[in-house]
Design a binder for this molecule. Structure first.
Ligand SMILES: Nc1ncnc2c1ncn2[C@@H]1O[C@H](COP(=O)(O)OP(=O)(O)O)[C@@H](O)[C@H]1O
Ligand SMILES: [Mg+2]
Length: 367
């Protein structure tokens, strides 16, 4: 797991930023976000949630409708994009097709008027960093997608920017290469200590790579926290649904107090839960429970919430069994049982106990 950085907290600051393209609807709303020096910050959210717009405003390719963005304490409003000293990597590698790999990487250095000898040294070092030492003389078209994306990464880093923005940089790569590249980018970022703002709609990528993740929906940050906290402690139904898998049970709050609540579900059953995003008795709520937090069979006995369920399906997934059951008259409740766990589970139709702790069950807004 990645540690939080302790660089200065407000290296990049979005202050009350609003953005509208048409003067009517806001696609970024009341955005306040601080990014520390050396931090790997990911903006994660569904398509259209405003992630790219935020990155483009930071890069200087889009104007702000209101608010301000500060870089290292100074407003960047008046600084043109090429003067912001920001590296960028996009999903389309955007390499110059008729220039060699070395020429592509040299480009930002030449644009800054650096001398030939310095350029050669820096380009060689950058090629080493992305493990393409012998590829300098080739054209982009002679490289695979993954190699081209590493070149784009080298070109974004070669002039030693303090800040690098990446917008879905691995979106065009297949799954295995994408996972390898996640680690490669992460390790390079750690080694250089550069600040990264990374945009993706892929939750596993965000959880793997980031110091902190900002979850976007409808132009607003829904939650901003370290990956583990985002996963374990979603603050609302949107985040719970968007990150990982969860069981959702609808009900009504009966009692609430001291951070806990009792929720009526189904036909007379009630469930003890942590009161996260509910406040009053009578309120409709959706309970969120991770499948790996649910015990089954003998292990469920004595749990704060323990019910008889009917097994609908059992599927073998190698490292775990995935059991689907009907519980409190609601079908589709999923339990993940680690392979090798000491439980005997029969088959579909079997009645079995399942249970979970109140703290692993979060009462959220009805979503
Ligand atoms: N140049 C533009 N002109 C008008 N609307 C745009 C423009 N760019 C993005 N939008 C709209 O702004 C919203 C947010 O888009 P975007 O920032 O690209 O989201 P994301 O990167 O999260 O998919 C979307 O509704 C999109 O259609
Ligand atoms: Mg986008």
């Amino acid at each position: 797991m990645r540690k939080a950085t302790n660089g200065d907290a407000g290296f990049v600051r979005f202050v009350d930023v609003q953005k509208s393209y048409d003067g009517k609807t806001h696609v970024v709303k009341d955005l306040n976000l601080e990014i520390a020096r050396g931090e790997f910050m990911t903006l994660l959210g569904p398509s259209g949630s405003g992630k790219t717009t935020c990155l483009m405003m930071l890069a200087g390719f889009e104007t702000l409708s209101d608010g301000d963005i500060l870089l290292d304490g100074a407003s960047i409003g008046a600084t043109p994009p090429q003067k912001r000293n920001i590296g960028m990597v996009f999903q389309s590698y955007a390499l110059f097709p008729h220039m060699t790999i070395a020429e592509n990487i040299a480009f930002p250095l030449e644009a800054r008027g650096m001398g030939k000898a310095d350029i050669k040294q820096r380009v060689d070092r950058a090629l080493g960093m992305i493990r393409l030492e012998s590829f300098g003389g080739r054209l982009p078209g002679q490289l695979s997608g993954g190699q081209q994306q590493r070149v784009a990464l080298a070109r974004a880093l070669v002039f030693e920017p303090t800040l690098v923005l990446m917008d879905e940089p691995l979106g065009a790569l297949d799954k295995q290469l994408r996972e390898e590249m996640q680690y490669e980018i992460m390790h390079i970022q750690q080694r250089l200590g550069v600040t990264v703002v990374y945009v993706t709609h892929d939750q596993s990528e965000a959880l793997t790579m980031s110091n902190r993740v900002a979850i976007f929906n409808g132009g607003r940050i829904q939650q901003l926290a370290a990956p583990k906290q985002i996963y374990e402690e979603p603050v609302n139904s949107f985040v719970a649904r968007f990150i990982g898998e969860n069981n959702r049970l609808n009900g009504k709050v009966r009692d609430i107090g001291g951070g806990a609540c009792l929720v009526d579900v189904g036909q007379g059953e009630s469930i003890r839960a942590a009161a996260i995003n509910v406040s009053t008795p009578g309120q409709a709520t959706t309970l969120s429970i991770r499948p790996e937090r649910v015990a089954i069979g003998a292990a469920a006995a004595g749990a704060e919430n323990c019910f008889d369920a009917t097994i609908d399906e059992i599927v073998f997934h190698g490292d775990h069994l995935r059991v689907s059951a009907t519980l409190c008259a609601q079908p589709g409740f999923v339990i993940k049982v680690p392979n090798g766990a000491d439980v005997s589970i029969g088959g579909p139709g079997e009645r079995i106990k399942i249970g979970w702790a109140a703290r692993d069950c979060r009462a959220l807004d009805q979503g």
